[in-house]
Design a protein around this ligand. Structure first.
Ligand SMILES: Nc1nc2c(c(=O)[nH]1)N[C@H]1C(S)=C(S)[C@@H](COP(=O)(O)O)O[C@H]1N2
Ligand SMILES: [Mo]
Length: 325
């Protein structure tokens, strides 16, 4: 299969380091950085992190540590991050993905770019990885179910990839589609969800520098159960907005029909911003349980936009977040 060369991106279009520098003080105070033990800004080892025992065989990645997203909370262990997952393509229990995702083949892999962009086509994963320097960012991940984790992801800004394809002025949304292959994904043989899993963002959300295209965790290639080889992570949104094992990105003029709101429109909205003030119809979203602390540990208060409001609140100015949940 021949695939076209990845389009060039002008250096001036790459997510500006300045963006973070400007907001560093704000971020630090918003996340309570003062007094937290800092992890060095570069290098491979993470002395501040708990002992990680990445799966034998997961290839080590070359990356730099983004000093603006270091551990403000204790990161979850590799075992927690890769052993407690939501990935319904491999079963609905938290331990199912780790047990069953071995059947997913992540090489060769290609990503199709479609829709409202000047450049579209099908691109090799290798070319995408070669073109984007990787960084580590420690992000808090909050599931709509009421649990959270702190995860040292490795990836690159999603916007840096999207800009290459020069979305047209009609591109108001971006849709992400997960692989559809019931042979490799046994959960797709059952009608738990409408397959393939589809997620979507407004284009300005997708271009926000916080939006990360994730390819690794704890310095190594992403395990299948976490959405290898390409998954997004939007740390200010509930976890279900972060589609896994993505094969297609489509720019569109209209809001895409995404899996969870299509199935349960009263329970899951398109925006799904982390919001302690807007409860799920069947449970409160005011607090969360940190995985690894045990069932009897006190719950943590959930923060507006999961604590990333300084970077993203402006995206929602004038939007009623109760209606647009
Ligand atoms: N394709 C696909 N993507 C998915 C899901 C899924 O079931 N299928 N689950 C979502 C949910 S609800 C969460 S909380 C996160 C979990 O990501 P993690 O297992 O890496 O923590 O993936 C999201 N992305
Ligand atoms: Mo979730």
């Amino acid at each position: 299969m021949r695939t076209p060369k990845l389009p060039h991106i002008r250096p001036s279009e790459i997510t500006a380091e300045r963006y973070f520098r400007m907001r560093r003080g704000l971020l630090a105070s918003a996340l309570g950085l003062a007094g937290a033990s800092l992890i060095p800004a570069s290098g491979r080892a993470a002395p501040g992190a708990p002992a990680a025992t990445p799966a034998a065989g997961a290839a080590a990645l070359r990356y730099t540590r983004n000093p603006h997203f270091v551990a403000v909370d204790k990161p979850n262990t590799y075992e927690e991050i890769t052993g407690y997952n939501n990935f319904y393509e491999f079963g609905i229990d938290k331990t199912d993905p780790a047990a069953n995702a071995g059947s997913l083949r992540t090489r060769p892999w290609s990503l199709t770019i479609a829709g409202e962009a000047e450049v579209t086509g099908r691109y090799n994963l290798e070319d995408i990885l070669k073109a984007h320097p990787l960084e580590e960012r420690i992000y808090r991940h909050r599931c709509v179910e009421g649990w959270s984790m702190v995860i040292p992801w490795v990836g690159f800004p999603l916007g840096d990839l999207l800009k290459r394809f020069r979305p047209t002025s009609r591109a108001k949304f971006v849709e992400f589609t997960t692989l559809l292959d019931p042979q490799q994904m046994p959960g797709q043989r059952r009608g738990v969800l409408d397959w393939p899993y589809v997620e979507g963002l407004r284009i300005d959300e997708a271009m926000n520098p916080l939006a990360l295209m994730v390819v690794g965790v704890y310095g190594r290639e992403l395990p299948n159960q976490n959405g290898a080889p390409l998954r997004v992570h939007l740390p200010w949104k509930y976890g279900f907005k972060s589609g896994k094992s993505i094969v297609r990105i489509r720019f569109s003029a209209r809001q895409p029909r995404t899996t969870w709101p299509a199935a349960w429109p009263d329970e899951y909205g398109f925006y799904a911003n982390v919001n302690p003030n807007v409860d799920h119809p069947r449970w409160s979203q005011a607090t969360e349980r940190r995985i690894g602390e045990g069932l009897f540990a006190p719950r943590h208060p959930t923060e507006m936009f999961n604590g990333y409001g300084e970077q993203v609140a402006s995206l929602y100015q004038g939007l009623d977040l109760r209606r647009n949940f």
